[in-house]
Design a protein around this ligand. Structure first.
Ligand SMILES: [Ca+2]
Length: 654
């Protein structure tokens, strides 16, 4: 090769390099304002630079190359800064909280789509895994609405792996992501009718080397029938028998609704068969408390999940009151000053096709919220009857709501209730004599149609008048303390004394012999109740700490902190005023410990860092850079996902 052609080759190399460097820089720095066309604008400018390189003065060309190179180095520095400078919270939570995550042997998380696992369980799944607890993650659909299942499922496997869940503990049920039939969704189809999914499939399928559940256990696929969907779910639960189950509940997505209802139907059937399997069940929401929650990650301290709606109810369903939520702490490594430094970053990155990174500032909070559904009611095996000919089967099927059309977004599921008027009675005959402590009546999910008053009469003659019932379908607890000398009751009747509205009714009745068991832990919070791990005060202020108790018992103790708790810094108790523990902003990092006086194993510890004016200046800069990096990575991964998915589609079969 002569000198001339080698120089030409070098020159061409520099042109290409400059074009790429500039495209990259524009993409990277414009990410914070990313619009759909940013990619094309960046590529066009890069291309123009590459083509025009020979036509501009050599000196200008050199400057262009230099600036492009400087931009690339600066981007690398920004990446390093938000990763290292965005350091994770460095508290170790009390071993006591660890014990909550250590307690079960097996946990199951049931969601509709590949990415709902993060909405429902990011921060909790990894906490269980860190405590050594097995977690099985179940995806009901293949996520094949816009993407190939192969792409979505591989994303899920990668994401879960980063949370510590091995591939063999990821289960795909293989059902469709939406359906195309006249019945609307599979959930509302006739039991044995085979329906076609949006992607054109009529039976369950999975990956070649990771088949769907039915294929894996029976060697055949399940046709897409409603009966098969319930049966697959029921068999899975019975086979796996997890101690704790987390599952999505109602929201505007038909697949989320269907998954939650299929699960409840399947578990209801299992419970009615009289097995001794009684899992702890927690329902949660993929949208308002996660995917579309408030964007509030950035701040000195990551706050806890907030209610997005006004009247203390979840907008998705009236059945869950905000005040009744269980708040679980998250692994402190998941919280950091930037999202790039969060321990959950790889899990969100894995879902490139869903732009999951962009939702990290919403999904990650200092707690995860769930609603407990007890499964130890003695009524699943009881015989029900009513004098008004209404459907009493719905009163002990485990479902609090149901829907004749899960596709109808605005539809409030009032369909599956025992309709009643004044004077109507339900008779309940228990399978065996029981010493009942509590009966819970669930009014129908309508806010307007309500049972105002009812009388519960036990077979042993005792009767209680209750009401008005909590409107909207949240349970109303009625205390029934059998006197100790009786052998228990064989049943009871519920007589409706007064109603309001046209469609009054009950959606479920439960009866318990014992108190509810919930995870037992305390957590230090700020004055408004945000869970704390590493607390950085936002000014030179006096800090007020409070206590959260996870159970009614601990909550009651926390309401009288002077008698029951001691909160100390290096062994010195903090002053208690108006229910809060007062602490002056420290000059060095300190550890605050809260402890139950009667049981020192019940405790929590947080770190409190001094206020730093340097940090007050650098933190907002760091967050701005973090936003830029998140935008860049989101779209890079999103376009890569589209490219790979396109390739998958071109392959004949996968
Ligand atoms: Ca029901």
């Amino acid at each position: 090769m002569n000198d001339r052609s080698s120089a030409r080759l070098r020159y061409a190399g520099i042109r290409i390099y400059t074009a790429i460097a500039w495209s990259f820089c524009i993409l990277f720095y414009a990410s914070v304002y990313w619009k759909k066309n940013t990619l094309w604008i960046a590529l066009a400018i890069g291309l123009a630079l590459g083509l025009g390189y020979g036509r501009i003065p050599r000196r200008t060309a050199r400057i262009l190359t230099g600036v492009g190179t400087a931009g690339v180095f600066a981007a690398a520095a920004v990446l390093a800064l938000v990763t290292v400078g965005g350091g994770q919270y460095d508290t170790v939570w009390g071993s006591y909280i660890q014990s909550v995550y250590e307690a079960p042997d097996k946990v199951m998380v049931i969601v509709a789509h590949e990415d709902d696992d993060l909405n429902l369980g990011a921060g909790v799944i990894d906490s269980y895994r860190e405590a050594g607890t097995q977690v099985k993650v179940v995806f009901f659909t293949n996520g094949d609405y816009r993407f190939k299942n192969a792409y979505r499922q591989k994303e899920a496997i990668r994401s879960q792996k980063s949370l510590g869940v091995p591939e063999e503990d990821v289960i795909f049920m293989g059902y469709g992501d939406r359906y195309r039939t006249e019945y609307g969704h599979l959930y509302n189809a006739p039991e044995q009718e085979i329906v076609t999914s949006h992607a054109g499939y009529t039976s369950t399928y999975g990956l070649k080397d990771h088949p769907e559940y039915r294929q894996a256990v029976s060697g055949v696929s399940s046709d897409y029938t409603r009966a098969n969907a319930v049966n697959d779910m029921k068999e899975l639960l019975d086979r796996e028998r997890p101690d704790v189950i987390y599952c999505v509940d109602q929201d505007s997505n038909p697949d989320h609704r269907a998954t939650g209802l299929f699960f409840e139907e399947a578990l209801g059937l299992l419970l009615s068969e009289g097995t001794d399997y009684r899992p702890e069940v927690y329902k949660g929401f993929a949208y308002s408390t996660a995917w579309s929650a408030r964007e509030d990650y950035y701040g000195e301290n990551v706050p806890s999940t907030v209610l997005r709606y006004k009247d203390g109810r979840m907008d998705e369903t009236n059945c869950y009151l905000w005040e009744n939520r269980l708040r679980l702490p998250v692994r402190s490594g998941d919280l950091a000053y930037t999202v790039r430094a969060s321990g959950l970053w790889p899990a969100f990155c894995a879902y490139g096709s869903q732009k999951a990174i962009l939702h990290m500032t919403k999904v990650i909070n200092s707690d995860k919220v769930y609603w407990r559904r007890r499964t130890d009611s003695v009524l699943y095996t009881a015989a029900f009857g009513s004098d008004n000919g209404g459907d009493t089967a719905v009163l002990h099927d485990f479902k609090l709501v149901d829907s004749v059309n899960v596709e109808e977004k605005k539809h409030r599921p009032y369909d599956s209730v025992w309709a009643c008027r004044k004077g109507d009675k339900v008779t309940v005959r228990l399978a065996q004599l029981s010493q009942l402590e509590e009966i819970v009546l669930y009014d129908n999910p309508s806010m307007e149609d309500n049972v105002i008053s009812a009388r519960i009469t036990m077979d042993n003659g005792k009767s209680v008048i209750c009401g008005p019932l909590e409107p909207g379908g949240a349970g109303t607890s009625v205390r029934i303390s059998d006197s100790p000398e009786t052998e228990g009751t064989s049943g009871f009747t519920v007589e409706i004394l007064e109603t309001e509205g046209e469609k009054a009714g009950l959606s479920e009745i439960e009866a318990y012999e014992t108190e509810a068991e919930v995870p037992q832990f305390i957590k230090l919070t700020d004055s408004v109740g945000n869970f704390l791990y590493t607390y950085t005060p936002s000014g030179e202020e006096t800090i007020c700490l409070k206590l959260y108790g996870s159970s009614e018992k601990l909550e009651a103790l926390a309401a009288d902190p002077e008698e029951n708790f001691v909160v100390t810094v290096d062994g010195v108790p903090l002053e208690l005023r108006d229910g809060g523990y007062l602490l002056d902003c420290p000059e060095k990092k300190i550890t605050v410990r809260a402890q139950l006086i009667s049981d020192p194993t019940v405790y929590d510890e947080i770190a409190v860092k001094p206020y730093s004016s340097v940090r007050a200046f650098t933190a907002p800069c760091l967050r701005a850079l973090d936003t830029m990096v998140c935008g860049f990575e989101t779209y890079l991964r999103y376009y890569m996902a589209h490219g790979e998915n396109l390739l998958l589609r071109m392959l004949p079969s996968f």
